[in-house]
Design a protein around this ligand. Structure first.
Ligand code: 6PG
Length: 265
């Protein structure tokens, strides 16, 4: 790792290359999985779309393909595009083809959205599914709210600072009653999406944000540095787990505009 720094309640890991980042990310997810299976007997993980899935690719290779307790994984999506599961835009398809099909995850443990209803219905149904899984204790409950406490929520970030399908200045950012909400006007296509709300993201035991490429550098700066009230408030800045741990994984270009003073060699 090039640099790493812990600041307030978050850890920032900056990597020399995408290869190094992928290895560290696979190691970290495998560690969290092991700890959660030891403590709770299961690992409830929520994925996002985008480049994240290919950056998780090393989990399908040795040693992780054999050492991770895949049978104990329960898989959800922090956000999903409301398209058919066979559609190239589907986050489910992306994860299925890039990860889930390549490891022995139990198919009934994979909870994706209903793709044959409206975005609003898909969000409501998905929240209902998550409520049932919480009832069965496969997902824990937050100590500080009634929200689900996922063992790990994995996020990417767009160059506008969006995370999951929570976009800048969108009313979905203010949703506090629902666990899962929907949007029909996503600035990043496709327009119809469902997304975990901020209270759910911030109730997780662990949140990981994976960001690569220099097109994200400004948003990284806005999300993490002490920029002051005149700068735009990017959604990624609102990712602040209440009691959970937050770790950001970067390559060097994505971290190039970060205030260097928070790092140590
Ligand atoms: O479904 C989606 O669009 C994602 O969940 C979204 O939040 C993604 O993670 C970011 O846009 C980053 O995507 P990239 O890593 O591909 O830039």
């Amino acid at each position: 790792m090039a640099l790493s720094g812990a600041h307030k309640d978050r850890e920032l890991r900056i990597h020399e290359s995408l290869d190094e980042l992928s290895t560290d990310l696979a190691d970290y997810i495998a560690e969290l999985s092991e700890a959660s299976v030891k403590e709770r007997g299961v690992f409830a993980i929520a994925l996002s779309g985008g480049s994240l899935i290919s950056l998780m690719g090393k989990l399908c290779e040795a040693p992780y393909n054999k050492t991770v307790d895949w049978a104990r994984w329960y898989v959800f999506w922090a956000d999903e595009r409301v398209v058919a599961k066979s559609h190239a835009d589907s986050n489910y398809k992306l994860a299925r083809d890039g990860l889930l099909f390549k490891v022995p995850i139990v198919p009934s443990h994979v909870h994706s959205i209903n793709d044959s209803v409206s975005a609003e219905e898909a969000a409501n149904e998905y929240e209902f599914v998550i409520r049932q899984v919480v009832k069965s204790r496969i997902i824990s409950v937050s100590d500080t709210s009634d929200c689900p406490k996922f063992d790990l929520i994995l996020l990417g970030m767009g160059s506008d600072g969006h995370v999951a399908s929570l976009f800048p200045n969108h009313s979905a950012l203010e949703e506090t009653d629902e666990w899962v909400t929907f949007i029909t006007d996503s600035p990043k296509p496709p327009p119809e999406r469902i997304t975990f709300t901020l209270p759910v993201i911030n109730s997780a035991s662990n949140v990981v944000v994976v960001v690569t490429g220099d097109s994200k550098a400004e948003a990284v700066h806005l999300a993490l540095d002490d920029v002051g009230p005149d700068c735009p408030l990017v959604p990624a800045r609102m990712v602040q787990p209440t009691t959970g741990k937050l770790v950001w994984f970067f390559d060097k270009p994505a971290a190039s505009k970060l205030d260097g003073s928070q790092f140590s060699k």
